[in-house]
Design a protein around this ligand. Structure first.
Ligand code: 5AD
Ligand code: FES
Length: 351
């Protein structure tokens, strides 16, 4: 699929035609990753952040929120819950918190790998290469860092540099791959100033980067951020809307372009449609969900955007909620770590 064809789909409004897109994405999902939906238990280990991303509710500039960093024992309690719920992976996510030291994190990773058979995924921001190497050596399997948008000008507008370090997430993604991580990235949909051409290029970048995991979700304005007052201007013809429907289009196209990738039906999508957003994501290309394992007292402090789904739930509630939702749409709860299945599929079949 080329840029023009992707743009045509992104602009498509005919419901019958869109139905064929959902079907193609679903068939591709079945053929390449099957019916299992893998569960990744998400532990939001710290909301402390050194960065000032213009959209993010836990940016260093937000003085309105209380900050926390979980202790080792609190994290290990969540890890034990993941084992109990039958999850195959824990994802440890945080703001870019340098109080999370290289050594401390490596120690936690070693403990998880020694005490459980879980895959360990990290989502800890733009850390120095030495940290990424130490954590890989400690046994971490996967790393997530979204490039958010492939439009460099737009990216720079919403990501002020930290000191004089220019932020280059594509370089970090390349390094992660070299270190032997399974690599995940993704974007936000409907960032103010993001146009259709940008979004089509984002999707093509997923294929070029040969990502193992691709997470996409709608941009949701957070009132305590610079972009929070900024609704995407729908009167500009080229502006991508930050809607539920646009999110399904991107999930479906991503599945067509990257048939083997692990693609979550994200919490941001579920936050726009709490009734069945997650299910529709899973029926239109996605094969992963990320139940939240964060202790309830910390969840409310990890509000990267408002009205986040599951903010008042317990880990137990999310575990049973998600397995019920998966079974209700006729899918199976995944077993094992659910890493990327690599098959040798000639590029020419990836239309
Ligand atoms: N709306 C939607 N997604 C957001 N993220 C951060 N802030 C927002 C927001 N306001 C996403 C970013 C980040 C991921 C962890 O959460 O894409 O990479
Ligand atoms: Fe958390 Fe449904 S997944 S309540």
């Amino acid at each position: 699929m080329n840029e023009e064809e992707i743009i045509d789909w992104l602009r498509e409004e005919d419901e019958q035609k869109l139905e064929t897109l959902w079907q193609r994405a679903n068939e591709t999902r079945i053929a390449h990753v099957g019916d299992q939906v893998h569960l990744r238990g998400l532990i939001e280990i710290s909301n402390i952040c050194a960065r000032r991303c213009g959209y993010c509710g836990i940016s260093a500039d937000n003085r309105q929120i209380e900050r926390y960093r979980m202790t080792e024992e609190e994290i290990m309690d969540c890890v034990q819950k993941a084992v109990g719920f039958g999850y195959g992976t824990v994802v440890m996510q945080a703001g870019e918190d340098y109080g999370i030291t290289r050594e401390w994190m490596a120690h936690i990773i070693r403990r998880i790998k020694a005490e459980t058979s879980l895959a360990v995924t990290l989502s800890l921001g733009e850390r120095p290469a030495e940290d990424l190497m130490a954590w890989r050596e400690a046994g971490a399997n996967r790393y997530l860092i979204r490039f958010e948008t492939s439009n460099r000008i737009l990216y720079d507008r919403i990501h002020p540099p930290l000191g004089d370090n220019p932020s280059d997430r594509f370089a970090i993604l390349a390094n992660l791959k070299k270190l032997g991580y399974e690599v995940g990235s993704g974007i936000m949909i409907g960032i103010p100033g993001q146009i259709y051409e940008d979004l089509a290029r984002d999707i093509l970048a997923f294929r070029k980067l040969d990502l193992d995991m691709i997470g996409v979700g709608p941009f949701i304005p957070h009132p305590e951020t610079p972009l929070g007052q900024c609704l995407p201007d729908a009167s500009v013809d080229e502006q991508v809307p930050n809607t539920e429907k646009m999110t399904y289009k991107v999930i479906a196209l991503t599945r067509l372009v990257c048939p083997e990738a692990n693609i979550p039906s994200t919490t941001a999508l579920a936050s726009l449609n709490k009734t069945d957003g997650r299910e529709l994501g899973l029926m239109r290309g996605a094969n992963i969900v990320m139940p939240n394992l964060t202790p309830p007292q910390y969840r409310v402090m990890y509000e990267i955007y408002p009205n986040k789904a599951c903010i008042n739930e317990t880990s137990e509630a999310c575990a049973s909620c998600l397995s019920m939702r998966i079974l209700n749409i006729g899918r199976a709860v995944g077993s094992g770590q659910g890493g990327r299945l690599k098959r040798n599929i000639p590029m020419s079949t990836m239309t």
